[in-house]
Design a protein around this ligand. Structure first.
Ligand code: ATP
Ligand code: MG
Length: 434
């Protein structure tokens, strides 16, 4: 049963006046001869609470014991005060119950990022991570809502998989009784079998890639939101991706204004991304832009590097879809175009402000012989993909899909420098604790 006396700080701020009861943790404290100033923190916000020696000498002595992160219950009068961090304060505090005096908190103001990662279990309480986690909640909810409201079924694939989809170099091998399997790099190959039953499907789940390079945009364990749809071609699937991104931003703007402010993220920019059209260009056109506008000479056939993606995004200033990458650098399931087999029917979406790749997708190849050749060239045994090729034997139809990096989208929307701050407990090559 709810202990109805207590309100959250946000509920109290909305109330605006009166005698109120709060509970939470000491976010900051400052002691003078006459007052103890406590900034109280709970899940919703922070508020200053003032204990006066003159008005309540006994409470003043109690309050002097408080340390950062001590847990307390506070009652008192809510008053407007422009100088207080959230415009109001509890003054004077009329009752203070100490639940626990915290030991000296290992995190102080100036700290190295690694120490914050070592203390992630405690740092989750920071205003920054509290805000990011709330945005994450919105993003995840928005993705479910986006697909469900458009008639997509949620479909789950196995995490233990005997085959790879994204290249052997990032596979996590797992002992599987007397055999071995891999952790899922993608839901896609299994999803392709399900569209012949359910038509349009989506999923959001943990995805594993043994990324050996240290970048600010790769995790070893991340969440990918994927979709797959029968009958869909490249021109249609790219539009679904644009709509999804627009919807996610809209939802964040609807629910997370306060969090964006805490993260110092310019919400005007996000509003701009909701209103503007997102261009679709071909890889070859991207090379032209790099060449003509930035004097960067990327030879046709090379994948775009981070710096080149950054320039493309700088040029367009909104999310941009790049299609038709060179077939030879794409996964075996991305089909060559009929017009020019050197180009694959695939796309990436790059986010503005840095060119972060947030989505990768394609039509799926229907050409079994071509796929077998490409798998063999990668050192794979095509026989293990026999079930996958069955899908091209029994009523094959065009179909397409894409994967959206949930943490990449959060990183971009929140304006985070490192993707590690977009997930509660990041996993990378050099970070697996706590
Ligand atoms: P990148 O070139 O950045 O490594 P990718 O081409 O390997 O990406 P895809 O296989 O297309 O990526 O995966 C779909 C989406 O999943 C990407 O667009 C990205 O948003 C996200 N993603 C891929 N790898 C990672 C990772 N290691 N950590 C976080 N997100 C990732
Ligand atoms: Mg990759």
């Amino acid at each position: 049963m709810k202990d109805s006396k207590y309100l959250t700080i946000d509920e109290v701020l909305n109330k605006g006046s009166g005698n109120v009861h709060l509970r939470g943790w000491v976010y900051r404290e400052r002691k003078s001869n006459k007052f103890v100033f406590i900034v109280l923190r709970d899940e919703s916000n922070i508020i200053q609470c003032v204990v006066s020696k003159e008005k309540n000498p006994e409470l003043f002595e109690e309050a002097k014991k408080l340390t950062i992160e001590s847990s307390i219950k506070v009652s008192g009068e809510l008053k407007k005060d422009e100088r207080a961090p959230t415009g109001y304060e509890i003054s004077p505090v009329s009752d203070l119950e100490i639940i626990q005096i915290a030991e000296p908190f290992p995190i102080t103001a100036e700290q190295s990022p690694e120490l914050l990662y070592d203390n992630r279990h405690l740092w989750l309480r920071s205003r920054k991570l509290n805000a990011v986690l709330k945005v994450r909640h919105t993003v995840v909810g928005a993705i479910h809502e986006f697909f469900r409201s458009r008639g997509y079924y949620e479909f789950d694939a196995p995490i233990f998989q005997p085959i790879q989809s994204e290249g052997g170099s990032t596979l996590f091998e797992v002992k599987y009784f007397d055999d071995k399997v891999y952790l899922s790099q993608s839901w896609q190959l299994y999803a392709e079998s399900a569209v012949f039953s359910l038509g349009k499907i989506y999923n959001m789940g943990p995805t594993f890639r043994a990324e050996k390079s240290k970048t600010s945009r790769h995790l070893a364990e991340f969440w990918m939101a994927e979709m797959e749809a029968a009958w869909m071609k490249l021109d249609e699937v790219t539009e679904v991706a644009k709509d999804e991104i627009r919807f996610i931003i809209q939802e964040v703007l609807k629910h997370n204004r306060k969090e964006l402010e805490i993260l110092k993220r310019d919400s005007n920019l996000l509003e701009y991304y909701v209103k503007e059209e997102y261009p679709t260009i071909k890889y070859t056109e991207a090379l032209d832009i790099l060449n003509n506008e930035y004097q960067m000479h990327v030879p046709w056939g090379k994948d775009l590097r981070t710096i080149e993606e950054a320039k493309i995004s700088e040029f367009f200033k909104v999310p941009v879809v790049v299609t038709h990458y060179p077939t030879k650098i794409m996964g075996f399931y991305k089909p060559p175009s009929n017009d020019n087999p050197e180009e694959a029917l695939c796309f990436d979406m790059l986010a503005p402000e840095g060119g972060l790749e947030i989505i990768g997708g394609s039509e799926r190849s229907l050409l079994v012989d071509d796929m077998i050749k490409r798998l063999e060239a990668d050192g794979e045994d095509p026989l293990r993909y026999a079930w996958y090729f069955d899908l091209r034997r029994y009523g094959s139809v065009p179909h397409s899909g894409y994967g959206l990096g949930v943490e990449r989208v959060i990183q971009w929307i929140c304006g985070l420098e490192n993707i590690k701050d977009a997930i509660p407990f990041p996993r990378t090559m050099i970070r697996k604790t706590p």
